[in-house]
Ligand binder design. Sequence first.
Ligand code: GTP
Ligand code: MG
Length: 375
Amino acid sequence: MSSPAVHRKKNLKKGIQFCIMVSGISGTGRTTFVNTLCHKNVLDCAAEDTYADVKEAHLDKGISIQPVTVDLEEEGTRVSLTIVDTPGFGDNINNEACFNEILGYLERQYDEILAEESRIKRNPRFRDNRVHVLVYFITPTGHGLRELDIELMRRLAPRVNIIPVIGKADTLTPAELALSKKLIMEDIEYFKIPIYNFPYDVEEDDEQTVEENMELRSKLPFAVVGSTESFEINGRKTPARQYPWGYVEVENSAHSDFVFLRSALLGSHLADLKEITHDFLYENYRTERLSKGVTDATLDSSLNAEELAGQSYLLKEEQLRRDEEKLREVEQKVQREIIGKRQALLAREQELREMEARFARESSVTTQDDSSVVD
Ligand SMILES: Nc1nc2c(ncn2[C@@H]2O[C@H](COP(=O)(O)OP(=O)(O)OP(=O)(O)O)[C@@H](O)[C@H]2O)c(=O)[nH]1
Ligand SMILES: [Mg+2]
């Protein structure tokens, strides 16, 4: 078997790597969602209450970002899923530090890849920890977005695919939920927040993809219900929330959008989210970083001589690409000028030909006149 084939087989055995970040203010159901998604208790449900001492309740506790990796079997495919939770976000009066911490985490993962790419000898055990999607939990207020939601999504969108969801959606009636979804999408549009909206191209994509993406887009923001408890409903054990008046079934599409979100994240849109992260978000970051130069302290401090050599090679590559672009532009300009001059020349030639013809005509008329005088 050829080495790429062996590599692929090994990767399949290890599972497809995928990384989901969950964010949103405290108590919106992030932990329960993750545990429902993975069918096991990946994250600890008990909220760490660092305010146990009332004397410290006024202090900003900041956030603690915690990546956890689990292996899942999804429709016959193994997924090595990393979950990054951001507990503590939105709990402080001033959330500036939280925005920066989350952004810093996302960019650090890009920096690691950038440094790895520049190494002459790559590390075979290197793990790509870039976050492929941020599932952002909006509090089920029944209204649109709050300033905090807008600010976070706006700041993080250039670095990560964002899928907005309404957490604990069963706390809203269907009419309230529909109105809230509409208001949220209006806000997203008004503030031009570039969320991941299941992009499609009617001309390039096949009919089925277009239809599927249109349906998913129409469900944004997804109404999420989570539960780690299962109950026997209609003879089938299923995750649900039990209330005195009945059950809210997590996987029932009439009760929540959980199944759509799950199959998009771990199945149909996993590859697309990874591709956008690598080809667009990371590529943009890389260009920004490289054009800023090697003097940047944060990246430089982690580079040794070998890495610096790689870094300068990347810079040269970038410079070469720009030079090539400039050359192409000059070439096109010269080409345009040549075409213009050729057209002017042709017009001049035509004019000359017409003048010659006119002279010829006039001189033949004069000769005829002369001969008639002789007769
Ligand atoms: N009604 C309803 N309650 C939920 C849902 N998901 C979780 N809860 C409850 O909401 C509370 C908070 O849920 P968590 O999953 O711990 O929320 P979290 O966002 O992880 O909270 P922190 O980690 O403390 O920031 C718990 O009592 C959950 O049982 C849901 O879908 N609907
Ligand atoms: Mg939690």
